[in-house]
Ligand binder design. Structure first.
Ligand code: HEM
Length: 415
């Protein structure tokens, strides 16, 4: 004991180089900062503030702000906030209904899709891959419009998964483009303060798909198709596009290829290889949660819209530190308690998404890796024609719909 402390003080007395001096100075300054802050409760109160803010956000998501938890009370508060979506798309599903029995029925349908035992991820991956290759060679005179291609690919994969489409390549491309464009337009209109109207064009092109999408023994109505696919397709395409751009082009890391080497075979296995691969989706969903904000209404008579800011919860520097805006799937090796509490891409009870048990992460990973393999850095490059600086900038990219429209992939080599 004596020797070690003597040695320690002796080494402290050794002459310091300028760099050593700076290091010591930084450590002393940091210790002093911590001492002052903890003594005066500054760090403590910052933590309490962030925890307080977080629990306020969560109280909106789980309806405790309104003191309700039964579906007969929570559904109207959510449906009121989603009223314009219900009108714009003419759909009834869990997110738009006030009826507990309709909600229960829809949840059962969604769970039966998610928990299907005969799902083959290699087939879904191959569906995405062949769709992307067809898009790549379709018109070689201009760069690939990435948002459009991502939308079509996500829609085809969701349709194949939900409705067992035997030959996805035969789905009419023109209808797929119009359906995905119309969903985008209607979504934007639903966010305005004026009342939207349903789109006859969307309905017409959904009816063109009807025959290809038989559900067991009957032909589905256009609004039934839309009601089923919307919570899946609409949550997928933006996060898939952004994660692809960040992981493969803007933030490519030396560990990426190792992380995804077993995709698609690992999907659905729960093996360690799969857990590593899924961190790609987890980090994508952190930076680009499919629902940036979760809206509710306060109860009548003075009903008004309130929101929880999921995007901010996922990016807040007091929660995620200095690297909050960096794309880094490895952060999911070890989340802090606060980070685990703040990370809610699939919401929380009483209305947590049924895809939260792994299906959502698998779908995102499957689609992102298919994009990365077909539209890779070795054979092409990406840039944003609307926002040129984004392609140069490392870090988080603009995730607003109009910013995403500008991304292009220019092949240098055709496969
Ligand atoms: C990356 C994929 C997905 C994400 C990020 C996501 C996200 C979400 C979120 C945030 C909610 C909760 C909304 C709220 O609290 O009001 C939700 C609800 C829901 N989602 Fe998902 N979702 C995904 C995929 C899916 C898929 C694939 C399905 C169906 C096959 C699905 C079906 C549903 C249903 C039925 C609800 C309503 C649950 C309830 O009200 O109890 N989602 N989703």
């Amino acid at each position: 004991m004596f020797f070690s402390s003597e040695a320690a003080s002796a080494s402290f007395l050794l002459p310091l180089t300028a760099r050593d001096f700076l290091s010591y100075a930084c450590v002393v300054a940091a210790l002093f900062f911590i001492y002052i802050n903890t003594s005066f409760g500054i760090i403590g109160s910052a933590c309490e503030d962030i925890e307080g803010w977080l629990s306020e956000q969560k109280s909106v998501i789980n309806f405790s702000f309104a003191g309700v938890s039964k579906s007969s009370d929570t559904l109207p508060l959510r449906a009121a906030a989603n009223e314009n979506l219900a009108i714009a798309f003419n759909i009834t599903n869990s997110l738009t209904t006030i009826s507990p029995s309709t909600h229960k029925f829809f949840l059962k349908t969604a769970s039966s899709i998610i928990n299907r035992s005969d799902r083959d991820w290699t087939v879904l991956f191959e569906t995405a891959r062949s769709t992307l290759i067809a898009e790549l060679i379709r018109d070689t005179s201009q760069p690939l419009h990435l948002a459009e291609v991502t939308r079509i690919t996500c829609l085809i994969v969701v349709l194949v998964d939900n409705f067992h489409v035997p030959s996805p390549a035969s789905l009419p491309r023109e209808s797929l483009v119009i359906i995905t464009d119309q969903i985008n337009d209607q979504w934007l209109k639903a966010k305005l303060s004026t009342k939207p109207v349903p789109s006859p064009l969307l309905s017409h092109h959904l009816s063109i798909l009807q025959l290809a999408l038989r559900s067991s023994d009957r032909v589905l109505k256009p609004e039934e198709i839309l009601g089923t696919i919307m919570p899946q397709y609409e949550t997928l395409w933006r996060v898939v596009l952004v994660t692809y751009l960040l992981a493969f082009h803007l933030y490519s890391s030396p560990t990426l290829q190792d992380r995804i080497s077993s995709v698609p075979e690992c999907l659905g296995t729960n093996f360690d290889e799969e857990k590593e691969a899924l961190k790609l989706a987890k980090e994508g969903l952190r930076l680009t949660p499919s629902n940036k904000r979760i809206y509710r209404h306060t109860p009548a008579p003075n009903s008004q819209k309130v929101k929880a800011d999921l995007e901010l919860m996922h990016r807040h520097p007091s929660i995620w530190g200095w690297s909050a805006l960096k794309f880094n799937p490895s952060r999911f090796d070890n989340l802090t308690k606060l980070q685990t509490e703040a990370y809610l891409p699939y919401s929380i009870r009483p209305h947590r998404c049924p895809a939260s048990g792994g299906f959502g992460d698998r779908m995102v990973t499957c689609l992102v890796v298919a994009m990365g393999r077909v539209l890779d850095t070795a054979t092409g490059k990406v840039d944003n024609v609307g926002y040129p600086c984004n392609a140069e900038r490392k870090g988080v990219i603009g995730t607003a719909r109009d910013e995403l429209e500008g991304w292009r992939y220019t092949p240098t080599v055709y496969k």
